[in-house]
Design a protein around this ligand. Structure first.
Ligand code: HEM
Length: 457
């Protein structure tokens, strides 16, 4: 027998005996005990997050938190955890929830603590301003689109916004009341959603979607499908490669892309034919004028991704906020009466449309009610996940080691007793006067710092 053959026999014998051992229950009991012992020793003596308070399971898994995310109780649950454990709470093997405004603002103040890995999955395939974790890329995009959100930019489109927004909505309600002989039933969330989509349509796609006039606006379905299929692609990667799975959502997403592409072409054509108003500074125009880091114009795929992102980022956030504001007015009629009295006094002509600057200057109480609404019901609720960077970070009394996911808890910040008195109560007056202006700086409804919401104005 050659030495090679001998070696093969010995190998197979070893393998066979190993397989025999693996068949015994004792082997598995020993293996599990060894793993358990290793984990216990690790979590007691070596786990870098072992000093952060939290429930015992958080050392092993984030699963219980995930369940609460899906059943819609994450916010109340995390608030309870903070009440019990303090301003920084461990909620998973590598993640902590952060509640204090001062800590959250510190993390958000610089690019040193980038968006966490979860953002890597963009809405469409191309990188865009929101999901990028790259500082240079984000700076570039913010610079490029910035003029569209500046005071000059917003002034240049205010009439368009008023036309597709306030005037269109007023007309719809008046017509409805007329047709209904003085009575008109309206789903205000749906209408706010359509109205917001139409405005973003004008600013980012170059035309209103006509959603407000439609009974069942297809653009809302396309946006929702795009979000759903993008989330499914992220959670279950094979979905992307099996054509018949969730085909309706996939086809809607493709329609969304095709539609956006046709809007970009239409604007380009209007520019070529000199039919475009050069004084108009909007999102689409800013991106059409922009160049990438290497000096080349933004590609069509990148353009589409940026434009669709604006619609997704702006529609539900704004309409949910408007809906909550109306809810608060209904729940607190005395607040509503004060708002109406303030408007009547500053703008006695009820048929006139109030412009942004006039409202800003003359309606402090109205603005206070909006701030208080956003404090209590932030449209982007839950967590903003960030990475603790390669140096780690000191937050309140805790040092958070590198590579930890910092879950910046918005409702937590908006209920931080060191900042807000009686945080559970709706008190718009807290935002009045000079002290109110200072207090408003503690709102993180639009995040804060370098990645603050680009569309917050
Ligand atoms: C009440 C309305 C809105 C709220 C509460 C809101 C909230 C936020 C928040 C919390 C973020 C940070 C998200 C994170 O870091 O994960 C954000 C980012 C962003 N928002 Fe808004 N948003 C609103 C409206 C809008 C509108 C109308 C637009 C555009 C038309 C917009 C565009 C963006 C963009 C582009 C970013 C990404 C900025 C960056 O990462 O540099 N948002 N928004």
């Amino acid at each position: 027998m050659s030495s090679q053959k001998l070696l093969e026999v010995v190998e197979s014998l070893r393998l066979n005996s190993l397989l025999e051992i693996a068949k015994t229950s004792r082997f598995w009991i020993n293996l599990i005990s060894a793993y358990g012992t290793y984990k216990i020793i690790y979590y007691l003596f070596f786990d870098p997050l072992r000093h952060i308070p939290g429930l015992w399971w958080s050392r092993f898994t984030e699963f219980p938190l995930l369940i609460r995310r899906f059943n819609g109780t994450q916010e109340q649950y995390t608030l309870q955890l903070h009440k019990r454990f303090g301003s920084v709470v461990r909620v998973g093997p590598h993640s902590v929830s952060v509640k204090k405004v001062v800590d959250i603002r510190r993390v958000l103040s610089s690019y040193k603590y980038p968006k966490a890995e979860i953002y890597d999955k963009a809405l469409l395939d191309a990188e865009e301003i929101f999901s990028t974790r790259d500082e240079q890329f984000n700076r570039l995009r913010r610079r490029q689109v910035g003029p569209a959100f500046s005071t000059t930019g917003l002034d240049s489109v205010e009439d368009i916004v008023l036309d597709v927004g306030s005037r269109a909505f007023k007309k719809k309600i008046e017509t409805g009341i007329e047709k209904g002989n003085g009575s008109y039933t309206i789903n205000y969330f749906d209408n706010f959603q359509s109205l917001t989509a139409d405005i973003i349509g004008e600013l980012a796609f170059g035309k209103s979607f006509g959603a407000l006039e439609s009974e069942k606006p297809s653009i809302i379905r396309l946006v929702n499908s795009t979000i759903i299929i993008s989330v499914l692609d992220t959670l279950i990667p094979p979905v992307k490669y099996i054509p018949f799975l969730f085909s309706k959502y996939k086809s809607d997403k493709q329609k969304m892309v095709d539609f956006t592409s046709s809007c970009i072409d239409a604007r380009r054509e209007a520019i070529e034919k000199n039919e475009f108003d050069k004084g108009r500074i909007d999102i689409l125009q800013m991106y059409l004028n922009a160049h990438d880091l290497d000096g080349s114009p933004i590609t069509k795929d990148e353009l589409i991704a940026e434009i669709v992102l604006m619609l997704v980022a702006g529609t539900d956030t704004t309409s949910v906020t408007m809906t909550w504001l109306l809810h608060f007015y209904l729940m607190y009629p005395e607040v509503y009466k004060k708002v109406v009295a303030e408007i009547d006094e500053a703008f006695p002509d009820r048929s006139a449309i109030i412009r942004y600057k006039e409202a800003r200057q003359n309606l402090p109480y109205f603005h206070a009610t909006v701030y208080e609404c956003m404090r209590m019901k932030p449209a982007v609720g839950g967590y903003l996940p960030r990475d603790s960077s390669s140096d780690g970070i000191q937050l309140s009394d805790h040092y958070i080691p590198p590579s930890t996911e910092l879950l910046l808890f918005i409702e937590g910040a908006h209920n931080d007793e060191s900042v807000w008195t009686s945080p559970k109560k709706y008190i718009p007056e807290r935002f009045m006067g000079e002290s109110g202006k200072e207090l408003a700086k503690n709102l993180v409804v639009f995040a804060s710092g370098v990645r603050i919401c680009a569309g917050r104005k």
